[in-house]
Design a binder for this molecule. Structure first.
Ligand SMILES: O=C(O)c1ccc[n+]([C@@H]2O[C@H](COP(=O)([O-])O)[C@@H](O)[C@H]2O)c1
Ligand SMILES: Cc1cc2nc[nH]c2cc1C
Length: 336
């Protein structure tokens, strides 16, 4: 089992020191891609995906056989301000639903052939209302990062992190505002279904929180404005980076977690792609700040890792073509 980190500086150091992709495998995969039985470029983005995946797995002809989907759940003190259209008890109720196999992500994980794990993190101890105080202290942040860090199956060959947390689009909007600037309205959306008046109130909450803390680093942004499930996603994505396990990012909240890592290290997300653009209004802008183009755009706004889980099969398709197709020479097909 993965050992827990003992300090935030250990976390930073591990993230910064993580190795990049295997350039020999990348070059080998690019060469193989050039001789497969198809017109050059005919598989479009699938070709780039397969070569990228090959580099991270250290093999010019890789396979995807063991994806892992991990769902983290947390509760948010800021829900007391009326920022969500659902009550906070839904977080724990949905955790039960995940555990009984009844949620969308259970079905999508099964359809993708993925192992699915669920971590409910101190649901009866919500983070503090970040309009009044930092959401977490350093010990809370480290504990939540460690839930994610230690949850990654070292044998998996692809990771999706998803979340459940009523109120967490407020937290994600505050993180985006703190890291990327602009106006609170630019990052504030409807979440589970607020009306216009609700969105206006939520934007005030987001502005107030960022004005109170204006954090200077990615980890301090996570601590002051984040939530436990958001920190756990960051911990898992970072652990995957250290283990060279490719990651598919999910919606607005998952990308806010990822953005905190990017603020710590410019190469922190090189092992990650964007599964989809969610219907949360600011998600496309957040993806562009991460430098990621989404694979899917289906109008999803569920969270739970749902869009990323759907994208597993696209990546599987890319890698299956890359590794399974015959070359022109093998198939006796004439080249151009
Ligand atoms: O993934 C997204 O882009 C997304 C967009 C809107 C809502 N959600 C989900 O809805 C919950 C947060 O919405 P809210 O309105 O309570 O902040 C949380 O459980 C998320 O998983 C997720
Ligand atoms: C029912 C429900 C399911 C969810 N799954 C992720 N976020 C959610 C929010 C609600 C409200």
């Amino acid at each position: 089992m993965t050992a827990a980190l003992t300090s935030l500086s250990d976390f930073r150091a591990a993230l910064t020191a993580a190795p990049g992709p295997d350039t020999t495998a990348t070059a080998g995969a690019a060469e193989r891609n050039g001789v497969l039985t198809k017109p050059p470029g005919a598989l479009g983005r699938l070709e780039d995906l397969a070569i990228w995946y090959a580099g991270w797995r250290g093999s010019a002809r890789p396979e995807i056989s063991s994806p892992q989907v991990i769902i983290f759940a947390g509760n948010h003190g800021v829900t007391a301000r009326g920022v969500s259209s659902f009550p906070p008890e839904v977080t724990a109720q949905m955790v039960m639903n995940f555990q009984h196999g009844g949620a969308a992500i259970n079905q999508l994980s099964r359809a993708a052939g993925a192992q699915m794990d669920v971590y409910a993190i101190e649901l009866d101890r919500p983070t503090r209302d970040f309009c009044e105080a930092p959401a977490m202290d350093e010990a809370d942040l480290l504990a939540a990062l460690n839930v994610g860090w230690t949850s990654v199956n070292e044998q998996c060959d692809l990771l999706v992190t998803g979340e459940m947390g009523i109120g967490n689009t407020t937290s994600a909007a505050a993180i985006a505002l703190a890291l990327f600037g602009g106006q609170a309205q630019d990052w504030t959306g409807r979440g589970t279904g607020l009306d216009d008046a609700g969105v206006a109130l939520k934007a005030q909450v987001v502005a107030q929180a960022v004005a109170l803390h204006h954090p200077k680093t990615g980890l301090d942004t996570l601590r002051t404005l984040g939530g436990r499930e958001i920190a756990a996603m960051a911990g898992a994505i970072a652990r995957a980076r250290v283990l060279s396990i490719p990651v598919i990012l999910d919606g607005f909240i998952c990308c806010a977690a990822a953005a905190c890592l990017l603020a710590e290290s410019g190469a922190a997300l090189d092992h990650a792609i964007a599964g989809h653009a969610s219907a949360e209004a600011a998600h496309p802008a957040l993806l562009s700040r991460l430098g990621k183009a989404p694979l899917l755009q289906l109008g999803l706004r569920l969270g739970e890792g749902s869009g990323a889980a759907l994208a597993i099969n696209i990546l599987k398709g890319a890698v299956a073509c890359h590794s399974g197709m015959s070359t022109f020479a093998e198939a006796g097909v004439s080249g151009s």
